[in-house]
Design a protein around this ligand. Structure first.
Ligand code: FAD
Ligand code: SF4
Length: 522
């Protein structure tokens, strides 16, 4: 074959780093004799948000294992490892390079989990005169079209109504047409803290020691992205389907029974508690949400987990996870630019180092950099809350969340960050901003007992920065939030502050802001 002659194949199936499953629609009708899978590791995906080493290593390791499984199963795979080809920046260039060398009938893919990539692919294919066949993602309970029909005619979208529809439609936790356990929602039983003694019955979680392929991926990340945040010393995420299934079984058997009660609780030195740690595996498709939900429901039906725990868990996967995806596609691309509270501060430097005397933040950011993991309440009510109260630009907060968690993919990260946590969408995701003072963190954790600050103080040197900024936030946004009925009580409390108290809070806030913006320790 001459150097310039193009190779003929029928179909190129593009598989992105979060599409690691032959159960996906892109593989339907795949002919091993005539079709080829195309995968690429590219630096741009780790650089446009400053991706942590844990996150990049998780993706590379899972992708390489998937490649090996495909090859062993007789698939023809073209795979570009990081650094294989000079000048390769993004996925767009990688696809362009492949298309230049091929004479083909069609390019097939499942819709990407990010708006930006969907546009890029359309453009590259058009430049080669091929129209991509973009197939609907069949790994979710709710299609984009189905979400549109749910949203149609509603003035306001709320997760609860969507979730009930999904339960009915998919027959999940239903006894006939009644919700199992007699109620749709067991949230009220799922907000316990651990009390003074701390969590009991915590087991060491399953670790997946890196095999040779993962060790090579880790080494490549160290050599290519050595200056990126975080460390890889404790990398032990499941990176194959069989490991992910083991992790699912471990969670259902040992942690699910206690998942609900302590869902919102936090404890120093205990990053995982009773959480499932399955978001990464689900997001790269090593696990299907359908099988995860079915395993949880089975535990309830078998009597091995109580309804409060199982409903609480199902609500996250069948409810929140599907709902945020619907929101993402419904409101993109404009959603990314929203900044309803006009927040303009830079992200404090300690988000990348965990170097702060605020114990709750040093714990949460510390474990984030170490494992690429923090659980929901840590993301929402520690790192997210501080950014919201301090007034960080939502787009910068978004870039941080996209960078540091191994489960971060834009369709799920963005609505959680911009909407739920920063209220930048002015109430599309959440009916009110999730704002609280340090006293909430004191109630839900033991962080405050070893912190130099005092959660009950709102002014002075030892005042908790969360508490100080909480009052500052309410004062600053009094007018903007005055039409939100759910903020009524909090805003009335601001009005009760005396002028003297307001001055003290303003003085402490000013000093706090001066220190943070100048990188002086807080
Ligand atoms: P568990 O506590 O065991 O929950 C079970 C599963 O439910 C999770 O694995 C996840 O798939 C799903 N889930 C729970 N809450 C949510 C939610 N709010 N939205 C979507 N799915 C949910 N989740 C991601 O998967 N990727 C992200 O990039 C991401 N970014 C977030 C950013 C912020 C600011 C916030 C507040 C939340 C974010 N979440 C994200 C949601 C949630 O925090 C994580 O899914 C969860 O902490 C993952 O840990 P786990 O698997 O142990 O979850
Ligand atoms: Fe966090 Fe404030 Fe508690 Fe310290 S006192 S741990 S800063 S909430």
């Amino acid at each position: 074959m001459s150097r310039n002659r193009k190779q003929s194949i029928r179909r190129l199936v593009v598989v992105l780093g979060d599409q690691l499953s032959t159960r996906l629609a892109s593989f339907q009708g795949f002919d091993k004799k005539r079709d080829r899978v195309c995968m690429a590791e590219v630096s741009e995906e780790s650089e446009y948000a400053w991706s942590s080493k844990q996150r990049t290593a998780f993706f590379f390791a899972a992708m390489r294992h998937f490649r090996e499984e495909l090859l062993a199963d007789g698939y023809d795979v073209s795979y570009q490892e990081i650094g294989d080809r000079k000048g390769t920046g993004g996925l767009k260039e990688a696809l362009d390079h492949s298309l230049k060398q091929l004479d083909l009938e069609e390019v097939v893919m499942v819709e990407p989990g990010e708006y930006r990539l969907a546009k890029d692919f359309e453009e590259v294919c058009a430049s080669h005169g091929v129209s991509p066949s973009v197939r609907e993602d069949n790994s979710f309970f709710c299609s984009r079209e189905r979400f549109e029909s749910h949203a149609e005619g509603r003035k306001q979208l709320r997760m609860e109504y969507f979730y009930r529809e999904m339960r009915r439609e998919h027959g999940v936790l239903m006894d006939g047409d009644r919700p199992a356990g007699g109620k749709w929602n067991f949230d009220a039983s799922n907000r316990e803290s651990f009390g003074k003694e701390g969590p009991e019955r915590l087991r060491a979680r399953l670790r997946f020691e890196p095999d040779e392929l993962t060790r090579k991926a880790i080494a490549d990340v160290e050599s290519r992205f050595g200056d990126h945040p975080g460390s890889l010393d404790l990398f032990s995420w499941p990176v194959t389907r069989s490991q992910a299934l083991e992790a699912l079984t471990e969670f259902i058997e040992h942690e699910l029974p206690l998942f609900g009660r302590f869902q919102d609780a936090m404890w120093s030195g205990e990053p995982f508690l009773h959480h499932s740690l399955l978001s990464g595996a689900m997001n790269v498709r090593l696990l299907d949400p359908g099988e995860v939900v079915a395993a949880a429901e089975k535990a309830y039906r078998d009597g091995s987990a109580p309804i409060e725990a199982v409903e609480g868990f199902v609500r996250q996967v069948l409810g929140w996870r599907e709902y945020v995806r619907g929101i993402y596609w419904k409101f993109m691309p404009g959603y990314l630019e929203r900044n309803a509270l006009r927040a303009e501060e830079d992200l404090p430097a300690f988000y990348w180092t965990a170097e702060t005397e605020m114990r709750c933040l040093s714990e949460t950011i510390g474990q984030t950099l170490k494992y690429g993991y923090a659980h929901h309440i840590q993301r929402l009510m520690i790192t997210g809350l501080f950014a919201l109260l301090y007034g960080v630009r939502p787009q910068d907060v978004h870039k941080w969340y996209l960078a540091v968690y191994i489960d971060a993919v834009e369709w799920v990260e963005l609505p959680n960050t911009l909407g739920m946590s920063q209220f930048a969408d002015r109430g599309v995701m959440a009916s009110k901003p999730y704002v609280a003072s340090g006293k909430y963190i004191q109630r839900m954790s033991n962080y405050c007992s070893s912190c130099r600050y005092r959660p009950d103080k709102r002014s002075g040197d030892d005042a908790c920065p969360f508490t100080v900024l909480y009052w500052d936030f309410l004062t600053r946004h009094q007018k903007t939030l005055s039409d939100n009925a759910r903020m009524g009580m909090q805003l009335r409390n601001v009005k009760r502050l005396s002028d003297g108290e307001k001055d003290e809070i303003a003085k402490t806030t000013k000093e706090l802001r001066r220190r943070i913006s100048n990188g002086i320790g807080v």
